[in-house]
Design a protein around this ligand. Structure first.
Ligand SMILES: *Cc1c(COP(=O)(O)O)cnc(C)c1O
Length: 323
């Protein structure tokens, strides 16, 4: 009953998915849901186009490579928006593309990928869009129909405010009815979907305690005004922190209108290294996030997720003293 309640309510976080999509939940972190989504829905006998501009896009390409499935990747620059010219060139070059995999919020930089054009293209050509929404689900707008979304993968412990342990795939009914493309036993999402929708059981041991936590987190999301209110709350926190960092002359990595509400990346000022800043904040109870890859030495990231309303003013006061 708990599992079926969770799956039903995951499908209702966004109004648009209430009838047309169904969820399946598995034990594992966000990456397991992304990999499960690609295992089950990226075709074995046709190509998947991965549109990448960060660590998580590159990770999806790597998953397809490890799964031995045909794919091609745009290999976009981390600091650049999705390049539709490259997308169109690759689609012309590889007429066997049937699915497109992309990250919604690229947590590498904080960019909320604008999926309007890519989504329209998928819709026009009947390509399934497979979306890594691990760090945007329940806080940012997802246009399921307009972007031709076949499936999204997300996790309990980011914008849903639960604890780590469970993640899930929400997919259009029609995709669940196709045969699974998985070459993995544990990550075959069709087997979870089938068992959970039949009687609530799962093919493997579920992490039960986090399921109770996720059930409560979904209550709290609904009671607090749903995904739109959550995104607005994060956005207000971002602005509050930005007001402080602006006053200190700290600059953003990307132009602000390209950021999500969820996490922003800031440039480290000259003469301050990341470990020093991290340790100073950690001593006062705040943990920030380092840059990944080539950005490791030049940026820091601040996330706005969680029940942290009372902490934001304290963080801003601490930031005033930290640069
Ligand atoms: C956090 C994140 C993941 C991976 O989640 P894990 O829980 O660390 O496995 C995947 N994609 C995006 C966009 C993320 O932000």
């Amino acid at each position: 009953a708990l599992m079926q309640s969770i799956n039903a309510r995951l499908a209702r976080v966004y109004e648009e998915t209430a009838d047309a999509y169904e969820a399946a939940t598995l034990t594992g972190s966000g990456t397991s849901a992304v990999e499960g989504m690609l295992q089950s829905f990226a075709p074995r006998d046709a190509r998947t186009l991965v549109v990448s501009n960060g660590v998580y896009g590159e990770r999806m390409a790597n998953m397809l490579r490890m799964q031995g499935k045909p794919y091609v990747c745009t290999e976009g620059e981390w600091l650049e928006a999705i390049d539709m010219t490259t997308v169109n060139t690759l689609l012309a070059q590889y007429p066997d593309v049937q699915a497109v995999a992309v990250v919604h919020h690229e947590t590498t930089t904080g960019r909320l990928n604008d999926l309007t054009e890519l989504g329209e293209l998928c819709k026009a050509r009947g390509l399934d869009l497979l979306l890594d929404a691990v760090s945007s689900f329940a806080a940012e707008d997802i246009e399921f129909d307009a972007w031709n979304i076949g499936a999204v993968a997300a996790t309990a412990n980011k914008c849903l405010h639960s604890v780590p342990g469970l993640s899930f795939v929400l997919a259009r009914q029609e995709l669940w009815q196709r045969s699974s493309q998985a070459g993995s036993v544990y990550l075959d999402m069709h087997s979870y979907h089938k068992a959970q929708h039949a009687n609530g059981f799962s093919p493997f041991t579920q992490s039960v305690q986090p399921a109770f936590a996720l059930d409560v987190a979904l209550d709290e999301l609904a009671q607090s005004g749903g995904w739109e209110q959550r995104g607005a709350t994060y956005g207000a926190r971002a602005e509050r922190i930005a007001a402080t960092l602006d006053g200190l002359g700290i600059q953003t990595l990307l132009p602000r209108d390209q950021y999500s509400s969820i996490l922003w990346t800031w440039l480290l000022p000259e003469g301050l290294n990341y470990p020093e800043l991290h340790d100073k904040l950690k001593a006062e109870g705040f943990v920030i996030y380092a840059g990944q890859g080539n950005l490791a030495a030049s940026v820091f990231r601040i996330a706005h997720m969680g029940e942290i309303d009372d902490d934001i003013e304290r963080l801003c006061a601490l930031l005033e003293r930290s640069f």
